[in-house]
Write a protein that binds this ligand. Structure first.
Ligand SMILES: Cc1cc2nc3c(=O)[nH]c(=O)nc-3n(C[C@H](O)[C@H](O)[C@H](O)COP(=O)(O)O)c2cc1C
Length: 195
């Protein structure tokens, strides 16, 4: 095992190995947010992009998570690759991605997902699935015969980590925890934490 001090590189290695052992949505991550009164929120979202800047995911800008992301400016993401006994945690500031980037990703999605983004006021109450399906039908008719534009209430966020933790399980609870934080000179510094 090589413990890089480049979190993007280490993530990409572990993620590729995770994909091989996790047949269903290995890109699913748990995203923790916090409300203004300190109440934690948690849900699963899909990682859509990882680059040197951070982790990108897409959601509804009117949702509970969006309110908490915009309000606190922080989030934590967690991946658990059970087959490898590995956990990755990334925490840091969040920002909305540029509109052009959300437009491009929206344009790449299947039409059904594009319509769904218009039909759902994520996190708001609904009368139920029938009401949602009726709204999908309404939106389908609305965009009949033309491209579905990106809804203004839907787009991406980027989590820009300032702390990573790579956890490798071992017998007898003698796990390895490798923490990476910025070194102040544009790079990263690593240290081991007790398990
Ligand atoms: C495997 C999986 C993947 C999901 N991916 C996303 C996603 O990429 N974006 C999203 O907004 N919701 C996604 N969801 C739904 C969220 O978990 C959540 O129900 C929704 O975003 C509303 O969360 P909120 O009310 O805390 O804002 C996913 C759920 C599961 C189980």
């Amino acid at each position: 095992m090589s413990w890089s001090t480049d979190p993007t590189q280490l993530f990409q290695t572990w993620f590729a190995e995770g994909v091989a052992t996790e047949p269903r949505v290995p890109e699913a991550m748990q995203l923790a947010t916090v409300s203004t009164d300190g109440r934690p929120g948690l849900r699963t979202v899909l990682l859509k992009e990882l680059d040197a800047q951070g982790l990108v995911f897409y959601t509804n800008y009117g949702s509970r998570k969006a309110r908490e992301l915009d309000g606190s400016g922080y989030a934590t993401a967690l991946f658990h690759f059970k087959g490898l006994e590995r956990q990755i945690i990334a925490e840091g500031r969040v920002e909305r991605v540029p509109e052009a980037m959300s437009d491009a990703y929206h344009a790449s999605r299947p039409r059904g997902s594009q319509i769904g983004a218009w039909a759902s006021s994520q996190s708001a109450p609904t009368a139920g699935r029938d009401a949602l399906l009726a709204e999908v039908e309404r939106q389908t008719e609305r965009f009949e015969g033309r491209d579905v534009p990106r809804p203004p209430h839907w787009g991406g966020y980027r989590l820009v980590p300032d702390r990573w933790e790579f956890w490798q399980g071992h017998p007898d609870r003698l796990h390895e925890r490798w923490e990476l934080t910025p070194d102040g000179e544009g790079g990263w510094t690593g240290r081991w934490l007790q398990p």
